[in-house]
Design a protein around this ligand. Structure first.
Ligand SMILES: Nc1ncnc2c1ncn2[C@@H]1O[C@H](COP(=O)(O)OP(=O)(O)OP(=O)(O)O)[C@@H](O)[C@H]1O
Length: 563
């Protein structure tokens, strides 16, 4: 390798910024620049990122970086492109060039005027590593051209990070939490601006507005975005999720409770799913989308899909599951359960994860209300939930808490305590699919045991190796549906009696501790008339209901620290 040093301020060894990189250590570009608050540094760009070394002069022995909370230049010598979300050319301006020796780091230092550019990245909060905070490094040089070349080269490397979004639809609920949705958006908007992510921001005017927007948005327009962000809480995210999925997700329903008839079997717990049985209310469904489960099973068998997922009439523009289109949440609500289960509850951390293009697959439950009261006709009504569907205690808490919305987030504590003290129980009948443990090889078994040792509460938030290497990995990457299990008559179990509560939490991807424990489908009949379900913070009144989980149905911009 021939190393050439020219009059050019850059030392270039085997430089191919747009292509393969050759050379010792892959160094691409090196130059002397001034790092703001530090002094002169030798800055090097390599395919993975930037690194710098302080040029030792008597004047810059000490860095004053601690004034801005930045690590000392002596320990913080580099940054990976995967952690850089923007580079900005700032033009001519003041640079805090040197810290006089022995001076207090926070005293004014020597200023120079130069051209400069800023590299924006994140660092983990020292107190709470799951929180990310933005950090900026400003480099300066007297020559305009030098700065521009650095900016162009860094931008070229950043543009290779193909997972990062370029265009997002942002829906803001001004009423979220303590009425702070818009303020939260204003806090994080500069991060998107710097990262050059185009945002179309819509502030909702009323409850249901986000739902209507998503339902009516043409698929072509939807596909022009890399994702949709909810600036709000779980209820608001739920509106967006439902607005998007309701007309676009096409799959067979789980069986209605009516479709499950008791088997003439000695085992009274075993139920048989009778796919030929006519639903007593058949014919009373008017919506073409809301077919009864019998019809859906017919479609399933006609589709001939091996995995049981019925891809009927998929829209040419917006397919589901959709790897490219992601949902995102900037938490601004009262509970923010989905953000908490997938990462850190902090708007800035979320925004940084989003611009860096982090991704997790999210399991989504489809909840179908068949009957509202014992006497009502079949009224199939669909809802999707990303975190939770619960009846009994949970339904009563949401009902009670609505009376105290004026209290803000504390309403849940207040309503929860009140409902708990009532100690009610609820009569119901539940049938559910038994999920048999899958046979794993010893490596997978060991990996699971290891992760369990590390943390009892460890949750798999990504398309992790264990989930991806499971024997049924095809069905865990988004095409999963328990429909293929519906016809397995031996798997339906029934439970009848009084319950304090019935709930199902849906957690992103899979919990490694219980990969086989997630009930993929259940049906429910209450003995009383209507019961209230809490479906991701929305009240759903139902007498008969069934639900199924679709694994990895949507992609989410991760907000988690470990993704
Ligand atoms: N402009 C608006 N005015 C009044 N209500 C709105 C408006 N926009 C949205 N909403 C409604 O506000 C409800 C609650 O919003 P959101 O989920 O953001 O906050 P939250 O209830 O405080 O938080 P969480 O759901 O996490 O407990 C949503 O169900 C939505 O329908």
């Amino acid at each position: 390798m021939i190393m050439e040093r020219s009059e050019d301020p850059f030392l270039v060894d085997g430089l191919h910024v747009e292509g393969e990189v050759e050379g010792d250590g892959g160094s691409v570009l090196t130059a002397n620049l001034v790092l703001d608050l530090v002094g002169e540094v030798v800055l090097t760009l390599n395919p993975n990122g930037l690194s710098w070394k302080v040029v030792e002069t008597p004047d810059n022995e000490l860095s004053a970086s601690s004034c801005l909370g930045r690590k000392s230049s002596r320990t913080d010598m580099g940054i990976n492109f995967s952690d850089v979300y923007a580079v900005e050319f700032i033009n001519w301006g003041l640079i805090h060039e040197l810290t006089p020796q022995n001076a207090s780091p926070c005293l004014p230092r020597r200023y120079s005027e130069m051209y400069h550019f800023t590299v924006h990245a994140f660092q983990r909060s020292k107190k709470q590593p799951s929180l990310w905070v933005p950090v900026a490094y400003t480099f300066a040089h007297e020559d305009l051209n030098t700065c521009q070349i650095w900016v162009n080269r860094i931008e070229a490397f950043l543009s290779r990070e193909s997972e990062r979004p370029k265009s997002l639809l942002v829906l803001v609920n001004p009423r979220s939490g303590k009425q702070s949705g818009y303020r939260v958006w204003e806090t994080v908007a500069p991060i998107f601006f710097r990262a050059k992510v185009k945002t179309k921001v819509m502030v909702t005017q009323r409850a249901g507005h986000a739902f209507d927007l998503m339902v009516s948005m043409p698929d072509q327009e939807l596909s022009s975005y890399d994702g949709v962000l909810a600036v709000g809480g779980d209820g608001f995210f739920n509106e967006i999720l439902n607005g998007l999925l309701l007309s676009r997700h096409k799959a067979p329903y789980p069986p209605a409770p009516n479709d499950l008839v008791q088997a003439e079997s000695s085992d009274t717990n075993v139920l048989v799913f009778d796919s030929s049985a006519k639903n007593s209310d058949q014919g009373e469904v008017d919506s073409p989308l809301l077919l009864n489960s019998g019809n859906n099973l017919l479609q399933l068998s006609k589709s001939g899909s091996e995995d049981g997922y019925c891809n009927i009439d998929q829209d040419p523009y917006f397919q589901l599951p959709n790897e490219q289109f992601r949902f995102g949440i900037i938490p601004a609500g009262s509970t923010d359960a989905i953000v908490i289960t997938t990462g850190a509850r902090d708007p800035v951390t979320s925004a940084l994860h989003i611009v860096l293009g982090k991704r997790v697959s999210l399991d989504i439950a489809q909840v179908i209300r068949w009957k509202k009261t014992a006497l009502s006709k079949v009224e199939p009504f669909i809802r999707y939930a990303a975190s939770f569907a619960g009846y009994g205690f949970y339904g009563d808490v949401i009902t009670e808490s609505e009376k105290y919305r004026w209290m803000g987030p504390v309403r849940y504590d207040y309503a929860g305590t009140k409902v708990f003290l009532r100690h009610r129980s609820y009569e119901a009948e539940v049938t559910y699919l038994e999920v048999k443990p899958e046979v794993r090889n010893s490596d997978q078994e060991n990996a699971i045991l290891d992760s369990q040792k590390k943390s009892e509460r460890l949750v798999c938030k990504a398309n992790c190796s264990i989930c991806n290497t499971r024997p049924d990995s095809a069905s865990t990457r988004g095409v999963a549906s328990p429909n293929s299990l519906f016809s397995d008559k031996s798997r339906w179990l029934r439970s009848k009696g009084r319950f304090l509560s019935i709930g199902a939490a849906i957690i992103s991807c899979r919990n490694e501790k219980a990969p086989d424990g997630l009930t993929p489908a259940f049906t429910f009949t209450s003995y009383g008339d209507e019961s209230v379900w809490n479906v991701d913070g929305e009240m759903l009144r139902a007498h008969q209901l069934s639900a199924q989980v679709f694994r990895g149905l949507i992609s989410l911009f991760a907000t988690g620290p470990d993704t």
